[in-house]
Design a protein around this ligand. Structure first.
Ligand code: NDP
Length: 291
């Protein structure tokens, strides 16, 4: 038996298509185009690549994008001022401060400065707080976990009462993911670097979300036959057959898990493309609140 492959490329294209249609409708009905502002500090190549990809996605779905590129040596006060200007700009619906920020910047203070109604990354402490509380709704769901939930939904996974194990507890993936699964009535376990017997938890999981950052850590013999696996990890693995000398792999050993799992996301082409698609969705949600 081979697992069903959950195709993030196809599903993210569907999400972007939905956003494009809704944006066109908003333009026709209200004469308004949603706007996303990105803030890039310093010259981190990976961050610049991510920001470029976000602008490209904006263009594809018809969202206006505003890019602020700032020097590495910007002060806390100056950066806070930039965020404040974007907060005050009525044509900016979403603000995305690309992480990581330089070491001298207090990241939490910057994220806390973003207007709650424009926090399309969903990292504002109040958004996360609401996500964690019963009966409360956040204004925005953090994009990567939001994308994972959409993948599970598209794959027809019934989370009601399912045993879900989230590997990793970061603020941007693991923790919000666990809250979302809990809200969807799964029984959730979070495992992390201090967990004593990870295998025991993995073995009984109907759904595994891997967000660790260790290449191909989870093997086929660690999972339950038929388990659904969402692999968030993006890691470089040396590969001399590739021109750039490496290839991207997940936190799950894909080839090893494929014959055991019920469904699985590939890397690349799984969770990765969903993150930006959900950012577009969040930007649309922000603009929709205007009307
Ligand atoms: P972090 O480094 O912030 O968190 C990693 C988590 O994994 C921590 O909670 C850590 O535990 C846990 N961990 C570390 N080692 C082990 C271990 N041996 N066993 C169990 N748990 C362990 O990473 P992120 O959450 O930011 O990212 C995780 C992965 O997802 C990375 O590969 C990243 O590149 C990728 N990613 C992909 C995105 C996408 O769009 N597809 C978006 C964001 C991230 P502890 O808390 O105890 O230290």
């Amino acid at each position: 038996m081979s697992a069903k492959i959950i195709d993030g490329k196809e599903i993210s294209a569907k999400v972007r298509g939905e956003v494009k249609e809704a944006v066109a409708e908003m333009k026709a009905k209200h004469g308004y185009t949603p706007g996303l502002a990105t803030v890039l500090v310093g010259d981190n190549t990976a961050s610049a690549t991510y920001v470029r990809a976000k602008h490209k996605a904006c263009e594809e779905v018809g969202v206006r994008s505003i890019g602020r590129v700032l020097g590495e040596d910007i002060s806390q006060e100056e950066l806070q001022q930039v965020v404040q200007e974007l907060n005050d700009d009525p044509e900016v619906d979403g603000i995305l401060v690309q992480l990581p920020l330089p070491k001298h910047i207090d990241e939490e203070a910057i994220l806390g400065t973003i207007d709650l109604g424009k926090d399309v990354d969903g990292f504002h402490p109040l958004n996360i707080g609401r996500l964690s509380m019963k009966g409360r709704k956040p204004l925005f769901i953090p994009c990567t976990p939001y994308g994972c939930m959409r993948l599970l939904d598209e794959a027809g996974v019934d989370l009601n009462g399912a045993e879900a194990v989230v590997v990793g507890r970061s603020n941007i993936v693991g923790l919000p993911m666990a809250f979302l699964l809990n809200n969807a009535n799964a029984t959730v376990t979070i495992v992390h670097s201090r967990t004593k017997d990870m295998d025991a938890h993995l073995k009984r999981a109907d759904v595994i979300i891997a967000a660790v950052g260790i290449s191909e850590m989870i093997k086929g013999n660690q999972i339950k036959p038929g388990a659904v696996i969402i692999d968030v990890g993006i890691n470089r693995k040396d590969d001399e057959t590739r021109k750039r000398g490496y290839r991207l792999v997940g936190d799950v050993d894909y080839d090893d898990c494929l014959p055991v799992a019920g469904a699985i996301t590939p890397v690349p082409g799984g969770v990765g493309p969903m993150t930006i698609a959900m950012l577009m969705k969040n930007t649309l949600h922000a603009a929709e609140r205007k009307f």
